[in-house]
Design a protein around this ligand. Structure first.
Ligand code: FRU
Length: 602
C-alpha cells in the first residue's frame, strides 16, 4: 500500500500524506489564515502534533471527522507565517489500512479561510447568559475587575465542544450584561494544560513583575498537577507564562489555586483544593513565588464523597449587624445536593492561617449549599470588585451530563453574575445568599404582566409569557399561601412539556420538577426534582425567576435560597399557571418582563 500513501491529496493549499493507517501528515504553509478542521463528536480524539519547520511547537487533541462533520473548529496558522507547518495527526481509530484512512471525511473537508463564522446556530444558546463563541466551556475562573471592566476567564476547549485542551478563554464586560470575546489568554505549554485558578492585581509589586500587573495563578495539568504563574502587563489581554514554573508542587492531586492579598497579614493567602483528600490547603506567600503551608481545612466536614475543587475565600458583613464572617467556598463533585456537582460552603473565621468553621446550635458544622438546583458549579468570585461587592459567577451545568446536553456549536453557559451576601438564619447559624447583580435589571424590556392582589385556588390562574426572543423573561412574584397546603407554579409549552415548581409553606421548601420539561433523555441523571429550604421569615414567598432559552434560575426570599436548573423544551414555555391546594392563596405581586439584549446570541 506504499503507493497509496505516497499519493498526496490536495484541498486548497493543504497536502495530506498518509504515512501509515493511523498516522497522517497535513502539510500547509503558515499564513494569516485559519485552518478549518471538521469535527465529529462521536469519534475519539486524534492527537495532533504541530510541527513548525520540523520542530514540535505544540500538541492538541481534536475529534477529526470520520463519516460526517458535526461542526468545524479553527486552527490559527498566523503565528507560523511563512513557515512550513505539519499537523502530525495520530489517530486512535485503529484502522487496518491507509485506504481506510483516506476515506475519512476530515481530509477532503479541511479548508483554509480568512475567518471563522461564530454566528449562533443553536436554538438552546442562552440569549442573556455568557457563553463561549464556540467550543466547550467549564469553570469560570481567574476573574478580576479593573478600570471599569469585568474580566472573565473560563476553562475552554478551542478545538471541540467536549472537554479537552484546557485553555483560559477570555471575555470581558463593562456592565455584566453584554460580553465581548477576546483571544484565548493562557494556552497550554510543555508543563501542561491550563486548569482553573485565580488572578489578582499586584498593586505593591510584591512579585517583582511590575506595579499593578495582573498575575494569574493556575494549575498546570500535565503528568502531575502543579501550580503555575502567568503575568499580564496589558490588563489581562495577554499573559506571559512565568519561566520558573511551577511555583508549587505537592505529592498528591491539588488544583485550582485561589489567591488574594490579605491586608491582615500583608501577604498573599492562597487556598488550594486538595482534591482527593477532600480538604482545602491554605498557604501564604510574600511574593506568590514561594508558598508556605499554613493549615488544612475540611477533612471529615460537610459533604465528603466528592472531589473538592475550585475554592474561594472572602470576608463579608452579616446583614443587619456589625459582624463580619468569612466564607469558604468548596465546590465538590460528585456528591452535590442532587447528585453530581454542587457548591458547598462554610462560614467561619479566618486569622490568616486557620479557617475555623461556625457551628450550629448542636455544636456541629452544618453542610451548606449555595444553590439548590443541579446546574450551578465551580462558582467563584471576581477579585477587586468595586464598592466592596462580592460578585460571583458559576458554570451552569453538572459534570453528570455536561458533555451530553443537546447543543453542539458551543457547550455550557455561565450563570448570571451574582452578588453574594451573608445573613443570620432563624436558627442562629450564618448563611450565604445570592441575588442577580443589580446591573441585570437593565435586561428588562416590556412589562408584559403586572398583577396585584389576585386570589388563586385549585383551578389556577394562567399568565402568558412573552413571545419575543423565544419567551425569555424575568418573573417577579410574591405569594401568600394563606391557609393553602401548597402553591404550584407550572411553566408549560405547546408541546405539553412542563416544569412544576411547588412551594410547601409548612415544610418551608420549594421544589422544581423538570422530569417532563422537554428533552431529558440524554442522561439518566437529567430528569430530576430539586428541593430548597426557603429560609423564609414568614409564610409569604417572594421569587425572582430568570428564564433563558435553556435555563431557569430562581432566587427566593431575596436570594436566601437559589436554584439553578437547565431545561431543554422543544418549544419555549409560553404560559405560567399559578394554583394552590388545600385552600386559596393570594398573589400579592406578579410582574413578567420580556428581555432584550444587544447580545450576539440571537
Ligand atoms: C472543576 C475542574 C477543576 C479543574 C477544571 C479542569 O470543574 O475539575 O478542578 O481545574 O475543572 O477543566
Amino acid at each position: 500500500m506504499a503507493a497509496a500513501a505516497a499519493m498526496p491529496c490536495f484541498a486548497d493549499d493543504i497536502r495530506i500524506e498518509h504515512l501509515s493507517p493511523n498516522h497522517t501528515f497535513v502539510r500547509v504553509k503558515g499564513d494569516d489564515k485559519l485552518m478549518i478542521l471538521p469535527i465529529q463528536e462521536s469519534i475519539e480524539d486524534a492527537k495532533i502534533n504541530v510541527l513548525v519547520n520540523g520542530k514540535l511547537e505544540r500538541t492538541f487533541f481534536a475529534r477529526l471527522a470520520k463519516s460526517k462533520t458535526d461542526y468545524t473548529v479553527p486552527f490559527d496558522l498566523s503565528p507560523y507565517k511563512g513557515k512550513d507547518v505539519i499537523l502530525d495527526v495520530v489517530s486512535t481509530q485503529g484502522r487496518a489500512s491507509v485506504r481506510e484512512a483516506q476515506d475519512d471525511a476530515c481530509w477532503s473537508e479541511m479548508t483554509l479561510s480568512d475567518n471563522f463564522d461564530t454566528t449562533n446556530r443553536e436554538k438552546y444558546r442562552p440569549l442573556y447568559h455568557h457563553t463561549p463563541s464556540y467550543g466547550w466551556m467549564n469553570d469560570p475562573n481567574g476573574m478580576f475587575y479593573k478600570d471599569g471592566v469585568w474580566h472573565l476567564y473560563y476553562q475552554w476547549n478551542p478545538y471541540g465542544s467536549k472537554w479537552q485542551n484546557m485553555t483560559w478563554g477570555h471575555s470581558s464586560s463593562k456592565d455584566l450584561v453584554n460580553w465581548e470575546h477576546h483571544p484565548a489568554a493562557i494556552l497550554p505549554n510543555g508543563i501542561g494544560t491550563v486548569f482553573s485558578g485565580s488572578s489578582a492585581i499586584d498593586r505593591e509589586n510584591s512579585t517583582g513583575f511590575g506595579e499593578n500587573s495582573v498575575v494569574a495563578m493556575y494549575t498546570s495539568a500535565g503528568d502531575s498537577q502543579t501550580q503555575s504563574l502567568a503575568v499580564s502587563h496589558d490588563n489581562g489581554e495577554t499573559f506571559e507564562i512565568y519561566p520558573a514554573n511551577p511555583v508549587l508542587t505537592l505529592d498528591s492531586e491539588a488544583r485550582d489555586p485561589n489567591m488574594f492579598w490579605n491586608p491582615q497579614t500583608k501577604e498573599w493567602t492562597m487556598v488550594l483544593a486538595h482534591a482527593l483528600d477532600h480538604e482545602m490547603l491554605i498557604f501564604s506567600s510574600p511574593d506568590m513565588k514561594s508558598w508556605t503551608l499554613q493549615s488544612a481545612f475540611g477533612k471529615g466536614l460537610g459533604a465528603q464523597k466528592g472531589v473538592w475543587e475550585c475554592p474561594d475565600l472572602f470576608q463579608l458583613p452579616v446583614e443587619g449587624s456589625d459582624e463580619k464572617k468569612w466564607v469558604l467556598i468548596c465546590n465538590i463533585n460528585p456528591d452535590g445536593p442532587f447528585g453530581g456537582s454542587g457548591i458547598q460552603y462554610f462560614t467561619g473565621d479566618f486569622d490568616g492561617k486557620f479557617f475555623t468553621p461556625d457551628t450550629d446550635s448542636n455544636g456541629k458544622v452544618a453542610t451548606k449549599w449555595l444553590d439548590f438546583g443541579k446546574d450551578n458549579y465551580a462558582l467563584v468570585s471576581w477579585s477587586d470588585a468595586p464598592e466592596g461587592r462580592r460578585t460571583a459567577i458559576g458554570w451552569m451545568s453538572n459534570w453528570q451530563y455536561a458533555a451530553d446536553v443537546p447543543t453542539m456549536q458551543y457547550r455550557s453557559a455561565n450563570t448570571l453574575p451574582l452578588e453574594v451576601t451573608l445573613f443570620k438564619g432563624t436558627d442562629g447559624d450564618y448563611y450565604a445568599s445570592t441575588v442577580p447583580s443589580p446591573e441585570l435589571t437593565k435586561l428588562r424590556d416590556k412589562l408584559i404582566v403586572n398583577t396585584r392582589k389576585t386570589g388563586v385556588g385549585t383551578k389556577g390562574k394562567n399568565f402568558s409569557l412573552p413571545t419575543a426572543n423565544d419567551g425569555v423573561c424575568e418573573i417577579e412574584l410574591t405569594i401568600d399561601p394563606k391557609k393553602a397546603k401548597s402553591v404550584n407554579l407550572t411553566l408549560s409549552n405547546a408541546d405539553g412539556e412542563e416544569v412544576v415548581m411547588t412551594y410547601n409553606p409548612a415544610e418551608a421548601t420549594f421544589s422544581f420538577n423538570r422530569k417532563k420539561s422537554g428533552i431529558v433523555d440524554f442522561s439518566k441523571d437529567f430528569p430530576a426534582t430539586t428541593v430548597a429550604p426557603t429560609f423564609g421569615t414568614s409564610r409569604k414567598l417572594t421569587l425572582r425567576i430568570f428564564i433563558d432559552r435553556s435555563s431557569i434560575e430562581i432566587f427566593g426570599n431575596d436570594g436566601r435560597f437559589a436554584m439553578t436548573n437547565l431545561v431543554f423544551p422543544n418549544s419555549p414555555y409560553s404560559h405560567l399557571s399559578v394554583s394552590s391546594a388545600g385552600g386559596n392563596a393570594e398573589i400579592s405581586n406578579l410582574k413578567i418582563y420580556s428581555i432584550a439584549t444587544d447580545s450576539s446570541n440571537k
